[in-house]
Design a binder for this molecule. Structure first.
Ligand code: NGO
Length: 502
């Protein structure tokens, strides 16, 4: 019987090199995942692969170490000497009898797993058993990322998103090889992380959200769980405590942080720029130290984001004083500081990362100080901008952002005077003024987030809207299978949805 060879499925982000062959591999109930090293990170990666493949296949897929592989197995190995792979690269070879995945590091394995998932039929992402067959076309893939930082930010302050929602999001980031989840944990409307030394932050400041919606916060246990869920997928959680502006929830909790010493009333509107910590009071720094102590201790990753955006109610001299002092406090806790672009007005250490969102002049100022940039241009990468004027959800202050506009830009040419080596990476922020549930999150983030993931991972010379548009269209059924309620933008030739994905 002549078999119809499956065509190569769409892979997003696009790998560096894909060489198709002929024939197919079929994953069967007899398959094992054979790890050829005792490295615990590699074994965890293999277990993660099994975790992703079990629900839809219903196969056992035992992870076994150092056994000789048999036909039909998936072999996972580390090749520390393969320097062409960098920290996150991998090689994936699918042959009719065997799949082999190799990387220099466990991180590379976890990235390669995502490609393997995408090479299987869309139904592999279903949460319940599906009939198969689970065939993969013969192919070899060699891949590594362009930029070190590929992130998404979620604003959990304007509206709160719980742990389960975030775990689901982390899985979606991992599938697209993103490696940072930046959590905007505090703003005027809410404080979302419990700080033991300052219990009123969540007891008072955690109650509110935009428009009178229900507030909420992460206990330290919740936060640790999120961090470890992300770490298993080799994603760093980047906590942001926004200061010295965007602090009304803190001022409502502790009046001593305001210059007049009076607790502010809670705020549930969406204006920005009206609140500030009192810069010349020592109480402010006692507070900042309490918060940074706990956030740093809870966060194993190296980054700590201090916000710093829109200090419209802070005197400019005070603002610089504050940022420089906090920069020392962050460093003293062994962390690398990030801040929104306004921090470039202060004197920065070279290790500080500056997140560009609006003003090219501030990006250049940061680069002149030797700092590197994370690019989140509001006109391209803000997931909270409406797709079109008639979109129901989202804001329009930076214009509208179609799927094409979110995809068609390059980090090395976006800003005059800022080149490839000034750019540490890209990040897509999702501010949550207009969304409060999964449905809104999915609609605004998908599919635009996938474009940003590709900009961060894939080489510029391999990318074009024409090619991406086709791949994205073919990828739609996979998003359906994952249960992602993405926006079916008319500029993309979406393939028919598969029936009964979840
Ligand atoms: C701005 C502002 C946020 C808003 C967002 C809405 C930055 C860095 N500060 O971006 O407070 O939520 O726009 O798009």
């Amino acid at each position: 019987m002549a078999e119809r060879p499956p065509t190569l499925p769409a892979i997003i982000p696009k790998p560096l090199a894909v060489v198709p062959g002929s024939g197919t591999f079929e994953l069967t109930s007899a398959a094992r995942i054979v790890v050829t090293t005792l490295d615990p990170g590699a074994r965890r990666a293999a277990r993660l692969l099994a975790f992703h493949l079990r629900p839809a296949t219903g196969f056992r897929l035992p992870v076994s170490a150092a056994r000789p592989p048999a036909g039909g197995d998936v072999v996972v190995s580390l090749r520390p000497g393969d320097s062409a792979l960098g920290q996150e690269g991998y090689r994936l070879a699918v042959a009719p009898a065997l799949v082999t995945l190799a990387a220099r590091t466990p991180t590379g394995l976890v990235r390669g797993i995502q490609t393997l998932r995408q090479l299987l039929p869309d139904a592999i992402e279903a949460s319940r058993r599906r009939p198969g067959p689970w065939q993969i076309p013969v192919v070899t893939v060699h891949d590594r990322p362009r930029f070190a930082w590929r992130g998404m930010m979620l604003d959990v302050a304007r509206h709160f998103f719980g742990v389960r929602e975030l775990e689901r999001l982390i899985d979606l980031l991992a599938l697209h090889k993103l490696n940072r989840l930046h959590l905007h944990l505090s703003d005027d409307q809410g404080w979302r992380l419990a700080i033991a030394a300052r219990p009123r932050l969540t007891r008072v400041g955690g109650r509110t959200a935009v428009g009178g919606a229900k507030g909420g916060y992460y206990t330290q246990r919740d936060y640790r769980r999120l961090v470890s869920y992300a770490a298993e997928r080799h994603i760093d959680v980047v906590p942001e405590i926004d200061m010295p502006g965007h602090v009304n929830a803190a001022l409502a909790s502790y009046g001593e942080l305001a210059c007049d010493g009076r607790a502010a009333p809670p705020y549930t509107g969406i204006e920005v720029g009206f609140s500030s910590l009192c810069i010349r009071k020592e109480e402010t720094y006692a507070f900042v130290e309490d918060v940074l102590d706990e956030v740093a201790a809870l966060t194993p990753g190296p980054y700590l984001h201090i916000g710093g955006d829109e200090p419209l109610s802070t005197d400019p001299v005070d603002y610089r004083f504050f940022v420089e002092r906090v920069q020392r406090l962050v460093r003293a806790r062994g962390k690398r500081m990030l801040g929104w672009e306004e921090i470039a007005r202060a004197s920065l250490q070279r290790t500080t990362l500056v997140q560009h969102w609006d003003d090219p002049e501030l990006a250049r100022l940061a680069v002149r100080q030797g700092a590197k940039l994370v690019l989140s241009p509001a006109t391209r990468a803000y997931l909270d901008m409406k797709y079109t004027r008639s979109s129901e959800l989202g804001l329009v202050w930076a214009g509208t952002t179609s799927v094409r506009k979110a995809y068609e830009w390059d980090p090395a040419t976006l800003i005059d005077g800022v080149g490839e080596r000034d750019v540490h990476g890209v990040e897509a922020p999702l501010w949550s003024e207009t969304i409060e549930r999964r449905k809104g999150l999915d609609h605004l983030a998908f599919p635009r987030l996938l474009g940003v993931a590709e900009i961060g991972w894939s080489r510029a010379d391999g990318r074009s809207w024409r090619d991406y548009r086709t791949r994205l269209g073919a990828y739609g059924p996979r998003l359906d299978s994952l249960g992602v309620g993405f926006h079916r933008a008319t500029e993309v030739p979406w393939a028919e949805p598969v029936s009964g994905g979840q």
